[in-house]
Every structure is written in structure tokens, then in C-alpha cells.
Design a protein. Sequence first.
Length: 326
Amino acid sequence: MNLNFTKIMFFMILIFSTLFSISSSNWFSMWMGLELNLFSLIPILNFKSSIYSIESTMKYFLIQAFASIILMIFLINKSMMFMIKENILIIMPLLMKMSMMPFHLWLPSMIEGLNWMSCLIMFTWQKITPMIMISYLNINKNIMFLIILLMLNSIFSMNQNSMRKILAMSSINNSTWMLTAILINEKLWLNYFFIYSMLNILIIFILNKFKINYINQLKFFNSNFFFKLNLFLLIFSIMGLPPMIGFIMKWFLIKNLMMNKMYLIMIMLMILTSMYLYFYMKLTYFNLFNFNIINEWKYQNKNNNKINLLIFIDFFNFFINYLIIY
């Protein structure tokens, strides 16, 4: 009971720190919120402590502390004349905090030692505060194009077999799209972030339920047909293929880029994202391997069928509702 209360307390502090940062009126208050967020997340990552989780938590703490020190130094000197383009320098520690190019290589190695629930927090919630802080800066198109061009660095890390590392690379890719969205329109970013978070929750729920940690385990993922079909459709959705909901979130951003005449950034995003399809094609290949409906349908019980069918219906219901809204 005490452990459950401790978990709830740290989760409440984590939520409060994010809300405190995004509602602050000055940079030092935002920095304080980031530090509170860091110290509330470390116990959450170590609730099921092991050698690997302690190592990953230590890596995360050192990187975040280093980024916080750099951010504080730049904020102290922001009002002085020592920095000609202070926005370029302030954005560097914020990119480091949310593991974006070119400061992204720490995330795949750190994420390997965490459980799936901690991975979900790293992929979704921890990106909110740095992105909103970046949206307060005056970023011109040249800096944005440079950040997108640096997506090429993570192409060399595509040969991964760990599901955590693959989802980490997917998070890095989608973070670039979300950063582009928040610099154009905050409502556009909110829609993108909500859809991306929903897809991650559903994928990680399936991977956690069946204890899938590596790609080759998908070949033996035959215990439940609806969960396997859901995972297959979710991979298609996060790939951004039509008519799935993952295509909708990218299409809205592409449409807004065309309206703002940011054609070069739009082309770079589309070309580099097409390279990332190699990640997801590996997942679909192993998921389609031994895709036998009859054997799986035979061993399903009625309760599991109801739960799986609800997840299946909810996913497409959300897609239909989104089409109606827009």
C-alpha cells in the first residue's frame, strides 16, 4: 500500500512539474520545472530495480543534468551581449533533453534497460516541456532545415533487433515532425502528439502483455489473433500509410507546410521519413511470419475475444471520428 502511494505521489509530481514549466512566464521557472521533472522521474524508472534499470537511470540522470547545466549557463548569459544568436544556443540543451538530432544517440542505449511503462513515459510525456519551450523561441527556417537534415545521423542505427530501440528510433523520427508542427501551429502539434501517444500506448500495451522484447519473438506471437491483427494495423498506422490514422497526423502537417510555402522542409521530411520505413517493414515481416488464423482462433477464450474486439473497434472508431471532425 505504501509502495502504491509512493508511485502515485511521484506521478503527481511528474505531472505537476510539466504543468509548472509550460505555464511559467520566465525561463528560470521553466528550468526549475525541468529539474523537478527530472528528480520525480528517476524513482519512477527504478520502481522495479535491476542492474539494467539502475544503469539506464544513471545514464539518463547524467545526460539530463549536463543539459540542465548548459541551459542554465545560456539563460544566465541571455541578457548579456556575449551571445549573438542566443536562440541557437538555448535550443541545443532542449534538443538534448528530448533526444533529438544531433543529440539522440543516448536514447536507444538508455531505453534498453527500462520496462515498457517507463519507455512509454520517455516516448511521450517527457517530450512535452522541451517542445513547448522551443516553441517560445524565434526559430527561422534555416535552423529548422538543419535539424531535419540531421535526421540522417540516425539512419546508421537502423540495424536493430530490440523492440525498445526500434520504438526509440521511431520516437526520434516523430519528434522531428512534432517539432515542425509546434513551430507552425500549437493545435496542429496537439493533434499530432495525441495521435502519436495513443499509437504508442496501444503498441506498448500489446508488447508488454505478451512480453515481446525482440523482433524474432514476433514469429511466435500466435496466442491471440486479434492482438496480432491489432499490432499489424498499428505498425501500418505508425508508418504513416493511408488510410490509417498515422497518415492523418502527417497529412495535416504536410498540408500546413504547403500553405506556409515551406516546400523544402516538407520534401526533406517526406524523403527522410521514407527511409525510416525500413524499421517498420522489419516488424511487419516478422508479424506476418506464420500468420495462421485457424490455430489462433481455436485457442481463444470468450473473455479475451471481447477485450480484443473492443480494442479493434475503438481504434477504427477513433479514426472515423477524426475524419468526421475534419
